[in-house]
Design a protein. Structure first.
Length: 285
C-alpha cells in the first residue's frame, strides 16, 4: 500500500444509468461551506450592467469577462458532445479544465461544477492528492472485494466520477484516521505523518476543494455523507489534542464514524446489485 505522504500533494447488474441532463449539469446549491454540498456552485446573473453577481467562494471579477472567473465557460450540450462516455457520464481529464461554468438554456444561472474524477481545488483545478494509476490499483480493490468479497462489482470504467473520487479520497482519509488513532494511543502528535493527516483534513473541509458533480441519483446521497464526514475532519484538524485530549478523542470518534458511513455506502454503490443492497441497508424510499 502507498504511504500517506506518497499520495498527498502540496496543499441492477453492471453499469449504472446516468441521471437527467438537468442533474448532470450540477445540483444547484447555496455557496456556503457549512450549509450545502461542494459538488457544484450556482451563480445567478445580476440584472444590472455590472455583470455577474458575486457568490461566496465562487465569486467572479465583474470588471472583466475572463479575469477572476472560476471554471471554463461551457454549455451542457457541448460537454455531452465532447466528453460523454458510452454510459453517458461527462468525464473531463484533469489536464483539460475539469471545473466548468455550465450555462443553462433559458436561465441566467451558471453551475460551476467539477467533471473530473478527483476532488480538486476549484481555483487551480488540481487534485488534492496524487492521481496515479498505482493509487487506483491499491484503493479500488479495497473498497470492493476486500470489504465484501462475496459481492459482484462494477469496473473502474463503470464507476461514476464521484465514486472514483471517493475511492481515492476516503482511502487517504482512512489512512489519516489510523495515523491519528496511533498518535492518540502514544500521546505523540509531533510526527510528520500526523501533521500530514491534519493538513489533509483541513484541505478537504475547505469550500474551494470541490468534489465531482453528481451525475447519478445515488451520487447525491454519497455527496451528502462525504460533506458530513469532511466537516467533522475539518473540526478535528482545528483542535489541539495536547490542549484537550478528551474533546479531541470525541471529535475523532465523530470523524471516524463519518468516514465509515461514507465508505460503507461507497462499497454498496460500487456493487452490481446496488439498488437491492441500498434497500436492504437503508430501506425503501
Amino acid at each position: 500500500m502507498l504511504g500517506l505522504a506518497a499520495i498527498l500533494t502540496a496543499c441492477g447488474g453492471g453499469a449504472k444509468e446516468t441521471s437527467s441532463p438537468e442533474s448532470a449539469s450540477g445540483k444547484e446549491v447555496a455557496s456556503s461551506e457549512t450549509s450545502s454540498s461542494n459538488a457544484a456552485v450556482t451563480e445567478t446573473a445580476a440584472t444590472d450592467s455590472n455583470g455577474s453577481e458575486e457568490t461566496g467562494s465562487a465569486a467572479k471579477e465583474s470588471s472583466s469577462a475572463d479575469d477572476g472567473k472560476i471554471g471554463k465557460d461551457s454549455t451542457l450540450e457541448e460537454l455531452k458532445q465532447q466528453y460523454a462516455d458510452k454510459l453517458g457520464y461527462i468525464r473531463i481529464p484533469l489536464t483539460d479544465h475539469p471545473v466548468r461554468r455550465v450555462s443553462e438554456a433559458g436561465s441566467k444561472n451558471i453551475n460551476v461544477a467539477n467533471y473530473s474524477d478527483a476532488v480538486v481545488d476549484m481555483n487551480a483545478e488540481v487534485p488534492i492528492h496524487s492521481d496515479s494509476q498505482r493509487l487506483i490499483d491499491d484503493t479500488f480493490p479495497f473498497f470492493t472485494t476486500v470489504q465484501a468479497p462475496d459481492e459482484s462489482y462494477v469496473t473502474w470504467e463503470e464507476a461514476t466520477n464521484l465514486e472514483r473520487a471517493m475511492v481515492k479520497t476516503l482511502f487517504i482519509a482512512r489512512e489519516g484516521l489510523l495515523i491519528t488513532e496511533d498518535a492518540m494511543k502514544n500521546k505523540d502528535y509531533s510526527s510528520t505523518s500526523f501533521q500530514d493527516s491534519m493538513d489533509f483534513f483541513r484541505v478537504t473541509a475547505k469550500f474551494e476543494f470541490m468534489a465531482p458533480v453528481a451525475q447519478h441519483p445515488y451520487d447525491i446521497t454519497l455527496t451528502t455523507l462525504y460533506d458530513k464526514a469532511r466537516t467533522s475532519w475539518g473540526k478535528l484538524a482545528a483542535m489541539d489534542p495536547e490542549q484537550d485530549e478528551v474533546a479531541f478523542a470525541e471529535m475523532y470518534k465523530t470523524a471516524r464514524t463519518g468516514a465509515n458511513n461514507a465508505m460503507g455506502l461507497l462499497n454498496i454503490l460500487l456493487s452490481t446489485n446496488e439498488e437491492e443492497r441500498m434497500e436492504q441497508t437503508y430501506g425503501s424510499h
